[in-house]
Ligand binder design. Sequence first.
Ligand SMILES: *[C@@H]1O[C@H](CO)[C@@H](O)[C@H](O)[C@H]1NC(C)=O
Length: 354
Amino acid sequence: MNFLLIFAILTTFMTAVRAQCVNLGRVQYEWQVQQDIRMKLERKVMDLQMLLNQQPQNNEISELEQSIESLKNQPCKPVSNKDPNYLVLQNQLTELQLNVESLRSLVFLTHQNFIAVENGYKQCFNQLSLPVPSPACISTTAAPVIEEETSTSCAPLGFYTGIRKISLPGAAPFRVLCDSQIAGPGWLVIQRRYDGSVDFYRNWSEYRNGFGQLEGEFFLGLDYIYRLTNYQRHELYIYVQGFNNERFWARYDNFYIGPESEKYRIKSLGRWQGTEDRMTAHLNVDFSTYDRESRHSKLSAKYHGGYWYFKGLNLGSNLNGRYFSSDIEDIEGLHWLKITSNKISTMLIRPVGR
Ligand SMILES: *[C@@H]1O[C@H](CO)[C@@H](O)[C@H](O)[C@H]1NC(C)=O
């Protein structure tokens, strides 16, 4: 009897949590939409700026002003105002002055427009904030496993978070974690860390085949990532959260890596969008593990992980580095913007042009 009661309460609780997760997913999706608007606005500002730079108004104005001056300074033959030349000159002057005025106001208006758009953009930007995924949403142990359906990505599932089997032509179906809570619907998680329960200091074959549990922390596997991103065009989304709940995100619109024979190097990232970019520095860099260092300097050992390491890691990141349980500064740590270690890291991919 008591057991049934507890079970009922638990079920109600889980349903409520799940409903909240879905809501959070929607909010985050809206946030993404707003981000897109922000990008459009940004582009508009850039267009306006270009327009402003391109317009030779200043030259035109000074040319006109010069011609007015030269007209004014022409050797003044005494002309009577009955002289037709006088009228012609007078008209020319008036016309030129009108031109100058209209160009001036055009410059002014363009500038005003520019300021208005820029202010709108700033206001819009200030209103934006990324909702924090709650721990209940990050951990999806209760996610249903649906084995029947197969697709080549998580995209057709829309607002779904959970484990799913997908398959690519010519290969056995495999399980993936779909996520709609971090960056909108249809994403497939390729890396996830949030509590340090899984060691990411692994060898080459483990990074190739994947490790950890989809229900917890894991790395999907370079071979899967290679096959997925080469099967169709994908975007990459990176979400990082610090111990002080500082949040970072980056989105790249054309992500793919090379095959094992090319050491799974990042061959493309595409255009970046986000709070900061700590991935582009890794473009064209080979993947390294401690047993297959791509360079001589033992970078995997130095940064304690498997990643697209390069010497110095300048403007780079270390999302597969050592998991610390606080924000300490250590080059071995799971870091993104600075070398301060972070609490949460998630890498997701989604087909582009759905
Ligand atoms: C990689 O690590 C796994 C798990 O520890 C181990 O079984 C495997 O033999 C290792 N592979 C190599 C090539 O060392």
